[in-house]
Design a protein around this ligand. Structure first.
Ligand code: HEM
Length: 280
């Protein structure tokens, strides 16, 4: 499988040159300093390069595995003027294909948050109750005192049905992006299949996902008003890049894969090092 890192890096480097030029044309009082500009560019390259390259690679893999979807997309691309960037960006079948690939192969498969609330405990209600094993001490306590569960109904002696979770300061939360993007109770029983046409008629449950882009969590939360205030700032750029690359490649090239070749998907954990420097 071709990995599009090298091609993509040159595209992104070109993209990074745009803010440099825009900054040079801004008045001195408004412009970023040299060091601020360098920090912005390194963030741009770190957050925007591997993610988009990975998305493009998996999109081509998905299309190679779905030849009829690829043929339909090529026909749609050939019917439009691919030198007209607006025509490419607004092509419905290309939009569906990119949405479907980013749903199924989210390059960032999960992320973490630390609960930093000042209150000692915060109760988060859950849409569907979860089953939690009752600790031995509580089972024994219940037998003597006949007490009910702290957070929900006792299903039996061994399990509680919990309608929410308590958070304590410092608790780490995992946001399972890929799992939500592929949940069968939201997307339907074929959630694990690459099927761009699904975007023409989505199940109503999909609208409950507060994603920034296309009801998916691929770029994280789009519900800023409800406190989901961190998400991808480069998502429009990423989607545009992927579309332009796909249009150029698929217009003239056909991608295929030997059915016997199995590509294993691995998730790497990227530890983030937060360095807090004294301001001196
Ligand atoms: C398919 C491509 C991309 C994907 C899937 C993606 C995904 C994400 C996700 C999930 C986050 C949130 C991480 C978190 O808060 O835990 C994020 C943040 C971010 N992304 Fe992207 N991204 C992509 C492309 C880009 C591009 C092209 C750029 C810049 C040109 C970019 C710049 C950023 C930056 C600066 C942040 C941090 C924003 C903040 O914390 O306020 N990303 N991205």
């Amino acid at each position: 499988m071709i990995h599009f890192r090298a091609y993509h890096l040159s595209f992104l480097t070109y993209g990074a040159a745009l803010p440099v030029r825009a900054n040079a044309a801004t008045s001195a009082s408004q412009a970023l300093t040299h060091s601020e500009m360098l920090s912005q560019i390194s963030t741009f390259l770190t957050a925007g390069h591997e993610t988009t390259a990975c998305a493009l690679t998996w999109t081509l893999y998905a299309l190679a595995r779905a030849p009829s979807a690829q043929t339909r997309l090529r026909a749609a691309l050939r019917a439009c003027d691919i030198n007209d960037v607006n025509a490419v960006l607004n092509l419905p079948l290309l939009e569906y294909t990119v949405r479907e690939a980013l749903r199924l192969h989210a390059p960032v498969s999960g992320t973490l948050r630390v609960y930093a609330g000042v209150a000692s405990e915060c109760f988060v209600p859950l849409q569907n109750p979860i089953r939690v094993r009752v600790p031995t001490w509580r089972r024994l306590f219940r037998r003597f005192r006949c007490s009910s569960s702290l957070t929900g109904e006792a299903e039996n002696d061994q399990w509680d049905l919990q309608s929410g979770v308590f958070l304590r300061h410092g608790d780490i939360l995992n946001i399972p992006i890929q799992t939500v993007n592929r949940a069968t109770d939201v997307w339907g029983p074929d959630a694990g299949i690459f099927r761009p046409e699904r975007w023409a008629a989505l199940p109503p449950a999909v609208s409950t996902i507060p994603g920034l882009y296309a009801h998916t969590l691929t770029f994280l939360n789009g519900n800023g008003g409800a406190g989901g205030n961190r998400s991808c700032i480069g998502y429009r750029f990423a989607v545009a890049e992927i579309k332009v690359f796909l249009a150029c490649l698929l217009h003239d090239l056909e991608f295929s894969i030997d059915d016997d070749v199995v590509i294993e998907k691995r998730v790497k954990c990227v530890p983030l090092l937060l360095i807090i420097e004294p301001n001196c």
